[in-house]
Design a protein around this ligand. Structure first.
Ligand code: SF4
Length: 247
């Protein structure tokens, strides 16, 4: 495969090495899944209902509702909720899975190594989570807002309880494109349990918004060959959003 200089520069931004003859046994700081050794302090605190009227909330009300939410058992182990970050009118919305340990500590989605990779991927297509105009600054949110203990996968009831918050975030942002990263984002938005590999490579829609399925950066850190596929997904998203008529 041949690459233009621009493509090579972008792939470098994403940490993709060209012409690698073998997979090295120490991928670039790949995060190793944490053994689930963390024990949770049992608590008898009852779960509460999710705040009503989420579908009509503005940003401050939504943020407040999330920060006080006790609708599922994930509230018991969190340090804080992880609401979302970025431009509230962003053209691009990135939807991930669930906060990890560092996100829980910092209150921001996609931090640490997978966050760095996401930032590099975004930079490769001239996007950022930092201050910028809506066409350049993305909005990032997770499917669930509280950290699952021991970094386990979010459970179906937790995804279901948290889903109205994500739906409202999407409705408020009104993105031109959604990048769904990882299978729980896909489950939430597309109602599909198909593997990512089968869903990526084409344009889906969520509530009329084009949606591209791609791998979660944490997965990419452990599966270097799939970074090239993630690059293809980004290019597809870029082509798709560029084809959306300006409003
Ligand atoms: S994960 Fe979502 S539904 Fe569960 S407690 Fe946190 S904010 Fe509420």
């Amino acid at each position: 495969m041949s690459w233009t200089e621009r493509q090579q520069a972008m792939l470098q931004e994403m940490g993709i090495r060209l012409w690698v003859s073998r997979v090295e046994d120490a991928p670039d700081g790949a995060a190793v899944p944490q053994p689930q050794t963390q024990t949770q302090t049992p608590t008898a605190a009852p779960l509460g209902p999710r705040p009503g009227g989420v579908e009509a909330m503005d940003w401050p009300a939504l943020q407040e509702a999330v920060s006080g939410c006790t609708a599922c058992k994930l509230c018991k182990g969190r340090t804080q909720t992880v609401f979302g970050v970025g431009n509230p009118r962003a053209h691009w919305m990135i939807v991930g899975e669930a906060p990890g340990e560092q996100e829980d500590r910092q209150g921001e989605p996609f931090v640490g190594k997978s966050g760095q990779l996401l930032d590099n991927m975004l930079r490769a297509v001239a996007l950022t989570r930092g201050e910028a105009a809506p066409a350049q600054q993305v909005y990032i949110a997770n499917s669930v807002k509280c950290r699952p203990p021991g970094n386990r996968n979010p459970e179906p009831d937790e995804l279901a309880q948290c889903e109205p918050f994500l739906i409202r975030q999407i409705a408020l942002v009104q993105p031109k494109i959604i990048l769904a990263m990882g299978r729980f984002a896909v489950q939430s938005l597309l109602r599909s349990s198909e593997p990512i590999g089968k869903l990526r490579g084409r344009v889906h829609h969520y509530q009329g918004v084009p949606l591209i399925v791609t791998y979660h950066p944490a997965y990419l850190l452990r599966n270097l060959p799939d970074k090239a596929r993630a690059w293809d997904d980004l290019c597809l998203a870029l082509d798709t959003v560029n084809a959306v008529p300006a409003s």
